[in-house]
Write a protein that binds this ligand. Structure first.
Ligand SMILES: [Zn+2]
Length: 333
């Protein structure tokens, strides 16, 4: 059994490093696999167990990140279901890597509800049964019902890095629309549009005055100005214009700090019915492949302005997005 286990785990390690996907479940499996192989090679055949905390610490490369995460979030961060989804994807790969060995890797966990002093443990083991599982899936579509829905998670507004100019308006990532800051921001945005239009009129007048001496350099400037206007209009003005109606938009690049790749702006009413605008980020874990799901444009294949798309398979693993229920339904292709 120990020999079999070592063989299967080594095979798994190869498959994990060859698999063209990334994500926390993959990284956690790599860590579990490497430690289990180490133990077996050193003659220890008892199981090598991991808590979520330990997996998070190894994944981030520091214990600090694991200490900082809220215990509830840590519970959602990884579980045996996510780990086993990745394992099943690998086992069912076209070249069927484990078929010859006759044993298949599986992630096991102890029977506990979790909580203090009662932590969930995960470990890698091997089993003989996977052939049946493949059959079962064909007979029982219920096995796949878990891919139907995703649950979104909202990041704290203060966690989003905003560009220095807008940081003045959004304290900790939030702003009351009817506050001095809010009114000031709205007037800045609208007056910048008006000034830009005035500038365009001046440029047009100058070009008209130049008349016959219109050179290709003038033409280049004209193209530049038109292109910039279009960018500003499409990627800054229109999204902000849509915000009150759509409630959630992708944050235009200009609002975000350079090292922030992705965030949303959301408008909502607080308990005192104040309209609040805040930065946040909606994410979920893809139930098909465990990669991250982020909000993206629904166009061209979906009707909704924003849908949840999986980082690894953005056009097949597509989910709807509902900011009220924080749930999404599988939309597929
Ligand atoms: Zn996916």
């Amino acid at each position: 059994m120990t020999d079999n286990k070592l063989q299967v785990l080594k095979k798994l390690q190869n498959e994990l490093s060859d698999f063209l996907q990334t994500g926390k479940a993959y990284e956690c499996l790599k860590v579990m696999c490497a430690d289990s192989i180490d133990a077996l090679q050193n003659g220890h055949d008892e199981k090598v167990t991991f808590t979520r905390w330990k997996l998070k610490a190894r994944y981030e490369g520091s214990t600090q990140a694991a200490d900082e995460i809220d215990p509830k979030e840590l519970q959602k961060w990884i579980d045996d279901k996510k780990l086993n989804i990745v394992l099943t994807n690998i086992i069912q790969a076209e070249h069927q890597p484990f078929q010859e060995l006759g044993y298949f890797p599986v992630v096991k966990t102890n029977e506990t509800k979790g909580g203090k002093g009662n932590e969930k443990l995960y470990w890698l083991d091997i089993e003989k049964k996977r052939f049946e599982i493949v059959d079962q899936q064909a007979d029982a579509p219920d096995e796949f019902s878990h891919i139907e829905f995703v649950e979104y998670h909202r990041s704290e507004p203060s966690a989003i890095k905003i560009s220095w100019f807008y940081r003045f308006f959004f304290k900790n990532g939030e702003m009351k629309n009817r506050s001095l800051r809010g009114l000031f921001l709205i007037s800045v945005i609208f007056s910048s549009v008006i000034f830009w239009l005035l500038y365009l009129i001046v440029v047009a007048l100058v070009l008209v005055r130049e008349g016959q001496s219109f050179t290709s350099f003038n033409l280049l400037i004209l193209f530049g100005v038109v292109f910039f206007t279009w960018l500003l209009w499409k990627y800054e003005f229109i999204p902000i214009w849509n915000l009150p109606e759509h409630r959630v938009i992708k944050a235009p690049m200009i609002f975000l700090s350079l090292n922030e790749l992705d965030a949303e702006i959301e408008m909502y009413r607080d308990k005192e019915r104040n309209q609040i605008t805040r930065f946040t980020r909606f994410t979920a874990t893809c139930p098909i492949c465990t990669a991250d799901i982020v909000l993206r444009d629904g166009k061209p294949d979906q009707n909704a302005p924003l849908v949840g798309r999986c980082a690894e398979s953005p056009f097949a693993h597509v989910y709807s997005f509902d900011r009220v229920t924080m749930k999404g339904k599988y939309l597929g292709v």
